[in-house]
Design a protein around this ligand. Sequence first.
Ligand code: CP
Ligand code: NVA
Length: 318
Amino acid sequence: MSEKRDLLSIDDLSPEELNKIIDWAISAKQDDGLFEEFMPLTGLTIGSIYEKPSTRTRVSFEVGIDKLGGNPLTLLKGDIQLGKSESIEDTAAVLSRYLGAITYRCFGHEDVEKLAKGSTVTVINALSDKHHPCQAAADMMTIAENFDELAGIKVAWVGDGNNVLHDLMLGAASLGMKMHYAVPKGFEPDEKIVSRAKDIAKETGGTVDMTHDPVEAVKEANVVYTDVFISMGEEHLKDKIKAFEGFQVNEELVSNADSNYIFMHCLPAHRGEEVTNGVIDSKNSVVFDQAENRMWAQMSLLTFLIHPAAWEAFSELH
Ligand code: CP
Ligand code: NVA
């Protein structure tokens, strides 16, 4: 049997794999009826552990797993022994005896690494403080739906140097895009991740640049992306918000973007804080397509990681 594959960051996929995963997801979305017959997860239960709340990730995994013929099992941290009377490693070993794969939303990224290490089945990071690969896969799919050519697209990020930015920049670099992020001083993304994204970009012809000026980042951008200023687990850092003055994505800021720009946000959005209603509700906004695409992208990822032969067979047919 081949070795199991995990997805802890979008960098666990090669550029070629990421491209194919997106194409697969787009084909699946275009012909939903296929899933009456194509059920690669039949007989498998896929468990999802949540230490933090979730709307999109939880529902899109549950519905997507069901469409693929699998059985979704959601485990809230308060209901299981994890972290109370059982280690992550022991939990991983036990769950591997029942489940076909495990998705895990946790606080510290090291926890999903431990789960992956202790598990004999595929582990997918459903958001940690450092990475959000499922979001990035859906984001790349959404960009691909809107632009004929991905290489050279300018993606502007305005906001916090957080988990969503990390995987967005890795994914964008992987697909040869020009990533330009604007963050306030003191809220820069992880240096190692930036350095890795720059290395990837060197190979693909993309670029990764930082500024502290939102206008510079957004200038002639094809994609403008933001996220909450205070992430889950940072609720005690209320004062952090003061650093984000001038970082709101509003009508004035997006007037610097390309006229056909798309606005993206992983959601949930704090309207009036990081983005105005005028932008998120505008014709340029694709935020609800992004949310829907979480399901198609994760169906592609799950099949690719758990049942690569079925994934290939589907690719060849479509
Ligand atoms: N974007 C995202 O991961 O949303 P949820 O927190 O609702 O899952
Ligand atoms: N950066 C946000 C993303 C939520 C989907 C958080 O971690 O809370």
